[in-house]
Design a protein around this ligand. Structure first.
Ligand SMILES: Nc1ncnc2c1ncn2[C@@H]1O[C@H](COP(=O)(O)OP(=O)(O)OP(=O)(O)O)[C@@H](O)[C@H]1O
Length: 410
């Protein structure tokens, strides 16, 4: 078997994962292991995998395999060329059948016979090669919606339910929360996936641009980016041009703000289903998961080693406010991959502020004014003197920040 073949073993039992790894490595395959679906997603984002051996029962003692099934569904939905072999316990024939119906290629029952496992994996590799050869479009390695928080779960669920229908969808969330990515995923899961995705940048739109883009999207789907920024004079023009077009609109405003910006008629036309993306600070656990994903992705893309993340740095990433949400985090991780050095990534590689507890232990200066001045200066420098962003990070209004800047002569 070719040394290029890369197998991912997803199993929370380290002994089983090790046994599989040793067996497959002995037969010339490269093997990665993941103890949970979260770890597996990070690995999958970083490099291509030919065959995935997926254990269906994660938490010990659980036998329904729902966690494994959820991963299987996402794998198959995300890449039609994925080859997934499920691994189930002894009583798991019914589970294996259900998995095959959900798109698994094959199954193995634990405890397995080595020869059987090897033959099954080799069959999986042959299928993978056939799928790659016949695939019409290259895989987009960077388009996965990551996150395990309830907000992202809801978004994923809504996409699965409404993307294949003709319903207009409004995606809202603050800067960099993933609205454009969601629009792309809706298009991929829609009946118009075979047509090109046409986008209208509302801010730059005039009657001529509206006419061109709606004509290009006729009978298909149009993404209206930042719809709230459409000049008032063109609201009616756009509304009239949307006949027969599936619309996905994005905005940083909430529904009330959007109503004020575009009026009731246009809102009625585009806002049937809403997908609300929470800011990253409200998605507990996701910042770290995304950070690991982007570190692996950019290490792979730039040919750099995928270094481990130090505990302090992981804590700082998880507690950072990320004013530009996923976009800001993604850029920070790419910079760290390109510029960082050392065995593991440390806080300095991300230019994050240590959290308040660490700050106090580093500077036992209890003068509130002096500390306030230091914090404000640090926030301003960090955001290149962009007052809005510095104020957001400090939890102040812009006016309150200006007052303090005046007080300290900044
Ligand atoms: N949940 C996610 N998982 C993986 N990547 C993500 C996720 N959310 C966003 N991204 C990535 O972060 C970057 C910023 O996302 P995107 O451009 O979709 O944000 P946006 O909300 O449209 O921003 P803006 O308000 O500025 O238009 C993109 O590279 C996108 O692929």
């Amino acid at each position: 078997m070719s040394t290029e073949s890369h197998i991912l073993v997803v199993d929370d039992d380290p002994d089983i994962a090790k046994a599989a790894r040793l067996l497959l490595e002995r037969h010339g395959m490269r093997v990665s292991t993941a103890a949970s679906p979260e770890e597996a997603w990070v690995l999958l984002a970083g490099e291509p995998v030919d065959v995935i051996l997926l254990d269906l029962n994660f938490a010990r003692g659980r036998t329904t395999g729902e966690e494994g099934f959820a991963m299987l569904d996402r794998l198959i939905a995300g890449d039609a060329r994925a080859v997934v072999i499920v691994v189930t316990g002894h009583s798991g024939i019914a589970v294996a059948v259900r998995a095959m119906r959900s798109g698994a290629t094959d199954f193995v029952i634990k405890p397995w016979n080595n020869e059987r496992l090897l033959t099954t994996v080799e069959r999986g590799l042959a299928l993978r090669r056939a799928k790659l050869e016949t695939a019409a479009t290259p895989r987009v390695p960077d388009g996965i919606l990551l996150g395990e928080s309830p907000g992202i779960g809801r978004a994923r669920d809504l996409i699965a339910r409404v993307a294949p229908t003709a319903a207009p969808i409004l995606v809202h969330g603050t800067a960099g929360t993933g609205k454009t990515l969601i629009a792309r995923l809706i298009h991929q899961a829609s009946a118009h996936a075979h047509l090109p995705l046409v986008t209208l940048d509302a801010e730059a739109a005039d009657a001529a641009v509206i006419a061109t883009q709606t004509a290009a999207a006729a009978g298909g789907m149009l993404v209206i980016d930042h719809i709230d920024r459409l000049p008032r004079a063109f609201h009616g023009v756009l509304l009239a041009a949307l006949d027969g077009i599936r619309v996905v609109a994005t905005t940083r405003l909430d529904r009330a703000g959007l109503r004020a910006a575009i009026g009731e008629d246009l809102l009625d036309r585009v806002g049937t289903i809403e997908i609300a993306l929470p800011p990253l600070v409200d998605r507990t656990g996701d910042a770290l998961l995304l950070a690991r994903h982007f570190l692996a992705l950019f290490a792979y893309r730039h040919g750099k080693p995928n270094r481990p993340l130090g505990d302090d740095a992981a804590h700082a990433i998880a507690t950072e406010r990320w004013p530009d949400n996923v976009r800001g985090l993604r850029q920070t991780m790419e910079r760290a991959v390109l510029l960082g050095n050392g065995e593991a990534y440390a806080i300095a590689d991300f230019r994050l502020s240590p959290d308040m507890a660490e700050l106090q232990s580093l500077a036992p200066d209890l003068s509130l004014a002096r500390n306030e001045e230091t914090l404000i200066t640090a926030a301003l420098e960090r955001h290149a003197f962009n007052v809005s962003r510095a104020a957001a990070q400090l939890g102040l209004t812009r006016a309150a920040l200006y007052r303090r800047m005046a007080r300290y002569g900044l």
